[in-house]
Each structure stands twice: as structure tokens, then as C-alpha cells.
Design a protein around this ligand. Structure first.
Ligand code: NDP
Ligand code: 8X3
Length: 252
């Protein structure tokens, strides 16, 4: 029987690339996000190009009612999730705490921390009951380092690291794997979202260097999920060759 992966934030970037690579490697998929049309497009595309069955669930991970309704709607084989990729996340704004935009902080914390916890609560309990499963959390270099003007985003990704570590220990007795993956800069919609649609500013982030691409992270996720049963990749930190820390770049 084919394994089932649930990927949050599959409408774009890393989540979309992960959906595509997992579909090509024997998984059936539950893809989620807020933009229904993009979910439908991806579903059609994957169904045309691979053998995978795809189920779309459109919801906002920040809204506990929506999360409970969406996960509660799963029936039959779709209830039996083998792999959860907690990928939905974002940065909003870039500025110091002393002049910070509180709504930006709330969007980041509600999505990156609370949303991830809501989904994990519902899916990990099923994995515990089965005694098998794998959860991969999208962290960031911002989960390892703090940088000026990124306090709330860095805090949210440090929280993802803490949640991953705690869940790894909690789920140890149940044989459920838990991993985190921490990329440096990846060229996705991430910077457009961070700069609230300012494409020119978003493009300047990647100017003069070669960033990571979503497919680089999807390939690493595929590596994680194809290890033998006795191997858990606890953590992966992946940087572009042109980036050595959250603040050190080589631009040419
Ligand atoms: P994208 O902006 O391309 O994709 C983000 C995805 O998250 C979208 O599919 C979006 O879907 C979804 N999402 C955002 N908010 C919500 C929400 N409230 N409810 C449901 N889904 C939501 O960015 P990336 O692919 O780059 O980001 C994926 C993850 O990787 C994030 O957790 C990010 O923090 C992390 N990351 C990114 C890095 C980068 O440089 N790009 C580096 C390190 C980590 P929709 O809008 O349809 O809801
Ligand atoms: C995204 C990478 O360096 O913008 O998580 O925080 S960074």
C-alpha cells in the first residue's frame, strides 16, 4: 500500500516542490494551503504527471476550527497519514522591535508556531496510536541564529527547533520519527511575502548570489524520508554556497 504524506503550505515554494518529488517517489498526497485555485492546479498537475492520488484541503493553519474541521474530514485511507511535513510558514516585515508592527508578529507566531502545533497535535496522536510515522518541521537558519530586524521571525523558528526537540523525545517510545530541516535563503515567494508584495525589494535579496531553490530542499526531504526504519535524521542545516550565516553572503 502506498504511503500518505500531508504537506502544509503546498501552494508554493518548498511545500509545492516537496509535493512534486514525493508524488514522483511513491507517495499519495494531502496538500494544504489557503489558495484553493493553486491547490487545484497542483492537484491536476501531479495527477497528470504521476501515479499519485491527491487530496486538497483548503484552510488557514492559524484557525483551530478550520484545522480541526479539515483534518476531521479525512476518511478511509486518508486518515492514515505516514508523513507530515509542517511547512506552512512565513516572515512578514523586517524591522526592529522598538518600531515593530504587532500584526506582523502575530501573523508569524500564529502561523509558524501555533499553526504547526495545531496540526502536529491532530496528526501525531494518530501516529502514536499506529506506532509509526514521521514528522518533518520546516525550521530555518533563523532557528539557529538571531539577526537584527528579524526578532519575531527568528523567535518563531527557534520555537520550531524547541518543538521539534521536545516532540522527538516525546515520540521516542512510539517509534515515530521527528526531524527538522533548516535552510538558508531559498528563492520562493518567501521574500515577496516578507516585503508585502514589493517584488523589486524581494528580488534584491537574491541579487549577485545563487540562493537555494525549493527543489534543493525537496531533495533533502526525500533523502530524510527514504532512510531505513532505524535511521532518523534529527536535523539538517542547508545553506547556499554563497551564504555562511544569516548575515554573511558572497555577492558578485
Ligand atoms: P512560500 O511563501 O513560497 O510558501 C509558503 C507556503 O506556506 C505557501 O504555500 C502558503 O500557502 C503557506 N502558508 C502561509 N501561511 C499560511 C496559513 N496561515 N495557512 C496555511 N498555509 C499558509 O515560502 P517557502 O516555500 O520559502 O516557505 C516554506 C517554509 O520554509 C516556511 O516555513 C519558511 O519559514 C521556511 N523557510 C523558508 C526559507 C526561504 O528563504 N524561502 C528559508 C528557511 C525556511 P497559502 O498562501 O496558499 O496559504
Ligand atoms: C528564511 C531565511 O535568513 O531570511 O528562513 O531568515 S532568513
Amino acid at each position: 500500500m502506498k504511503k500518505i504524506a500531508l504537506i502544509t503550505g503546498a501552494t508554493s515554494g518548498i511545500g509545492k516542490a516537496s509535493a512534486q518529488i514525493l508524488a514522483s517517489n511513491g507517495y499519495d498526497l494531502i496538500i494544504t494551503g489557503r489558495r484553493e485555485e493553486l491547490l487545484n492546479n497542483l492537484s491536476v498537475c501531479i495527477s497528470n504527471e504521476t501515479e499519485a492520488e491527491v487530496l486538497s484541503l483548503c484552510f488557514d493553519v492559524r484557525d483551530l476550527n478550520q484545522v480541526e474541521k479539515a483534518i476531521g474530514s479525512l476518511t478511509g485511507k486518508w486518515e492514515d497519514i505516514d508523513l507530515l511535513i509542517n511547512n506552512a510558514g512565513l516572515a512578514v516585515g523586517l524591522g526592529p522591535v522598538h518600531s515593530g508592527v504587532i500584526d506582523d508578529w502575530e501573523r508569524m507566531i500564529d502561523t509558524n508556531v501555533k499553526g504547526l502545533l495545531y496540526i502536529s497535535r491532530l496528526i501525531s496522536s494518530r501516529m502514536v496510536a499506529k506506532g509509526v510515522g514521521h514528522i518533518i518541521n520546516l525550521s530555518s537558519i533563523a532557528g539557529h541564529e538571531a539577526y537584527p530586524n528579524g526578532a519575531a521571525y527568528c523567535a518563531s523558528k527557534h520555537a520550531v527547533q524547541a518543538i521539534t526537540k521536545a516532540m522527538r523525545i516525546e515520540l521516542l517510545p512510539f517509534g515515530v520519527k521527528v526531524s527538522s530541516i533548516s535552510p538558508g535563503m531559498v528563492d520562493t515567494e518567501f521574500s515577496i511575502v516578507r516585503f508585502k508584495g514589493d517584488k523589486e525589494r524581494a528580488d534584491s535579496v537574491y541579487k549577485g548570489l545563487t540562493p537555494l531553490y525549493a527543489s534543493d530542499i525537496a531533495e533533502a526531504i526525500l533523502f530524510m524520508v527514504t532512510r531505513p526504519k532505524h535511521v532518523n535524521i534529527d536535523e539538517m542545516l542547508i545553506m547556499p554556497t554563497d551564504q555562511a550565516s544569516a548575515r554573511d553572503y558572497r555577492r558578485q
